[in-house]
Design a protein around this ligand. Structure first.
Ligand code: APR
Length: 247
């Protein structure tokens, strides 16, 4: 890739001590992770994900919501981290690179990243909807469109550990994400449209604290104007190139 923006990004990163990487759906696109809408095929086509991913849907029809999340977990098991995830993990072994993700998949972790902050929770971190206790759940393709969620010892139901529309972000995770935005010299945005707050406010926090803001995204986004450097390339091409130039 002959890209002046990549060279500028490398130069800015070379003079940084701490780098915070904020990733969104575009980070996992090249792994083939279906987006929210792509997941709606077959018997799910008649359901709107915007209404399934809500506390109201869980109250009304927990078996429907649980089956839908079981399907998403099963789909995720069939994909692999891409070169972008791997580059971020490798980079963190030689530099102070801190990852914050809006994705509810586990691809950063599977690529080898440790200490990832999941501001929108995780498909795999299930918990009781009543007592909050953590539950390990096997990802299995559901047989139909309704599967009863497992029961907790307290009598509550086990729910997906993701942030639903209308819910607050996990407080500790968002506090840590904010701290990572404040502490970095370079804030690298990868594959996020920057329309969902409060996560989309993190680059502004970083900028206010004096960081250089770099965006990797093939498309312009709502955050592009606030960036110092914009790399118009995909995550799985730009990140390995940047990380190899830093070696
Ligand atoms: N590499 C980098 N960026 C990409 C790639 C790629 N291969 N493919 C697509 N993109 C970019 C798109 O141009 C877009 O700007 O990824 C971005 C994806 O935007 P969204 O789908 O809005 O995803 P995200 O920003 O993560 O959404 C935030 O909204 O749906 C909710 O809670 C969900 O966490 C999610 C939040």
């Amino acid at each position: 890739m002959s890209n002046a923006a990549i060279s500028q990004a490398v130069e800015a990163i070379r003079s940084a001590t701490t780098i915070t990487v904020l990733t969104g759906a575009g980070m996992s696109a090249e792994s083939g992770v279906p987006t929210f809408r792509d997941v709606q095929t077959g018997l799910w086509a008649k359901y709107d994900p915007m209404t399934l991913a809500t506390p109201e849907a869980w109250e009304d029809d927990p078996a429907l919501v649980w089956a839908w999340y079981q399907r998403r977990r099963a789909m995720l098991q069939a994909v692999e981290p891409n070169d972008g995830h791997r580059a971020v993990a490798e980079w963190a072994s030689t530099a102070d690179v801190r990852v914050v993700t809006q994705n509810v998949d586990d691809l950063h972790e599977r690529a080898g990243s440790t200490d990832v902050v999941n501001v929108h929770g995780s498909l795999f971190a299930c918990r009781c909807d009543t007592c909050g206790r953590h539950h390990e759940v096997e990802a299995r393709e559901p047989d139909g469109e309704r599967v009863d969620p497992p029961a907790c010892e307290c009598g509550g139901r086990v729910r997906p550990g993701v942030v639903w529309f209308g819910e607050m972000l996990p407080q500790n995770a968002f506090a840590e994400a904010t701290a990572r935005a404040e502490a970095c010299d370079v804030f690298l945005l990868v594959g996020t449209s920057g329309v969902v707050y409060p996560a989309a406010g993190l680059p502004h926090i970083a900028r206010g604290a004096g960081a250089t803001i770099i965006e990797i995204n093939p498309q312009e986004t709502d955050l592009s104007d606030a960036c110092d450097i914009t790399v118009r390339a995909t995550a799985a091409t730009a990140l390995p190139e940047i990380v190899s130039a830093l070696r």
